[in-house]
Design a protein around this ligand. Structure first.
Ligand code: NAD
Length: 495
């Protein structure tokens, strides 16, 4: 495929996309297929192999063989580093193609997806640098005749399951440190957005990784995800998705004592104090909830504005919301695309309707977009909801759409209590010019990440992980290498 903005989508024939197992494209064992619906047109535009437990068995066997007896098992850190650097080069080379697949699969903006694909390449480059630096220690013990040292060995075959909102970077969070450590992977992308992960797997093979180091099985959670996380051949599960599924996965993996790391949802607060630069804050808050149509785990979906500036900030945010250019995800001028699939559109509209029932006021948006050119797509207008209470569903549950709930506060203690009154603890934004307050509040917020006068920045070198129901385990940064290695102690009597 190659679609440039303006080319009629109907000119491109529906194509079949195969799974990637043992370094080659394969059909599902049962020969079944699933349509991928373009959320801008509402039409099927591609078909993806729809897997089952048989495909999982095949992929796990291939990844285990690669871990234990293939050429990968003989490679040193320097070999792995070179392969990862080659992979990063291919990702940059094909960023446009991968981004186009994603834009049609889940409606992410093409330009945003190009940026994220290039960002993902940076992940492989960063972790490539770690591949030959995973060292152990020698440990002094009482008996001086003993030589005691540790080794860091790969954790093994990892099942990596990703959400549909950003498959490329969510895979990089896992495969970057995992490949550096020498693990092998069975990746299961979401059934709502599988195509760029399949194209990525082809690049893994082109880069020269031996067969089986990265397999991709496609299909849904029940028929592929569940058997994968319960599979006896899996040594670790690395999951990104909802808290609901995360809990089911932890239970299934727990039955076999398989370790799990979970990156789950959020209900992240944005706190604006009365000394903040309101122009920057309004822009940051709008971008933090309307970018990707709110389909980001770190979406800043609860706004707490100090009473003294609440009106002015509210006006600025409403102005920002009215200027968000909705449109074709492939078009350069678009700032917000559709929601990824029909069921999700209904979910998001359901949250908004129930907030009305609970007595909240929809200040702007709150409906499916009615503009003629958007009518076939799954667009929800940028939505701001006021007059909410802490008990309202829209303040407590993750909507995963362009929906901001707004409330105000009087003092620091009050807002800290309110912001921390959440089952989630993924991220938070603070907006203030007071340095002491910035540190004080950042230290008291219950979340894995706090941004001050900025929002939604990630970097390969910086650990990322949730508190509370936002998950456990750490992705990114040197810390994440611990997730993909296990230490072994060797005692040697030398006397
Ligand atoms: P989801 O939980 O529905 O699905 C995630 C993955 O799990 C998919 O691949 C799905 O097929 C699979 N799955 C579903 N049921 C399963 C089961 N019983 N066993 C095994 N696998 C199963 O999540 P989603 O709707 O795809 O993604 C949205 C969610 O992901 C949001 O909650 C969002 O906050 C979260 N997310 C978190 C982060 C983070 O880093 N914390 C990043 C992106 C998205």
């Amino acid at each position: 495929v190659s679609l440039t903005p303006g080319v009629a989508r109907t000119d491109v024939p529906v194509q079949n996309h195969l799974m990637w197992i043992d370094g080659a494209p394969v059909e599902a064992v049962k020969g079944e297929w699933r349509d991928s619906i373009d959320p801008f047109t509402g039409q099927a535009w591609a078909r993806v192999a729809d897997g089952s437990v048989e495909d999982v068995d095949r992929a796990v066997a291939s990844s285990r063989a690669a871990l234990e007896s293939g050429p990968w098992s003989q490679m040193n850190g320097r070999d792995r580093r070179e392969l990862m650097l080659d992979l990063a080069r291919l990702l940059r080379r094909d960023a446009d193609e991968l981004a186009e697949l994603e834009a049609r699969d889940n409606g992410k903006l093409f330009k945003e997806s190009v940026r994220i694909t290039e960002l993902s390449a940076g992940w492989y480059e960063y972790f490539a640098g770690w591949a030959d630096k995973l060292q152990g220690d020698t440990l002094p013990v009482d008996d001086t005749s003993m030589l005691v040292y540790t080794r860091r060995e790969p954790v093994g075959v990892v099942a990596a399951l990703t959400a549909w909102n950003s498959p490329m970077i969510l895979a990089a969070y896992k495969l970057g440190p995992g490949l550096a450590a020498g693990c092998t992977f069975v990746v299961k992308p979401s059934e709502e957005a599988s195509l760029n992960t399949l194209a990525f797997a082809r690049l893994v093979t082109e880069a020269g990784f031996p067969p089986g180091v990265v397999n991709v099985v496609t299909g849904d959670g029940l028929n592929v995800g569940q058997p994968l996380v319960s599979h006896p051949g899996i040594d670790k599960v690395a999951f990104t998705g909802s808290a609901f599924t995360g809990s089911r996965i932890a239970q299934a993996a727990g039955a076999r004592l398989t370790p799990v790391m979970l990156e789950l949802g959020g209900k992240s607060p944005q706190i604006v104090f009365d000394d903040a630069d309101l122009e920057t804050a309004a822009r940051g808050i709008a971008a933090g909830i309307f970018s990707s149509a709110g389909q980001a785990c770190v979406a800043g979906s609860r706004l707490f504005a100090h009473r003294a500036i609440a009106d002015e900030l509210g006006q600025r945010i409403l102005a920002e919301a009215s200027q968000v250019a909705m449109g074709d995800p492939l078009a350069e001028t678009t700032a917000m695309g559709p929601l990824a699939f029909r069921r999700h559109l209904d979910n998001v509209l359901g949250f908004i309707d129930r907030s009305r029932d609970e007595g909240a006021s929809v200040l702007t948006g709150g409906v499916r977009a009615t503009r003629a050119d958007l009518a076939d797509g799954y667009f929800v207008e940028p939505t701001v909801i006021g007059n909410v209470t802490a008990a309202n569903e829209v303040m407590r549950e993750e909507v995963f759409g362009p929906v901001l709930a707004v409330t105000s506060f009087e003092d620091e203690a009050e807002v800290l209590k309110a912001a921390n009154d959440s089952q989630y603890g993924l991220a938070a934004g603070l907006w203030t010019r007071d340095l002491k307050r910035a540190h004080r509040v950042a230290h008291s917020i219950q979340s894995g990440t706090v941004w001050v006068n900025a929002y939604r920045i990630v970097n390969h070198a910086v650990p990322f992980g949730g508190w509370k129901n936002s998950g456990y385990g750490v992705e990114n940064g040197a810390e994440s290498l611990r997730e993909f290695t296990k230490s072994k102690v060797v005692w040697i009597e030398t006397d």
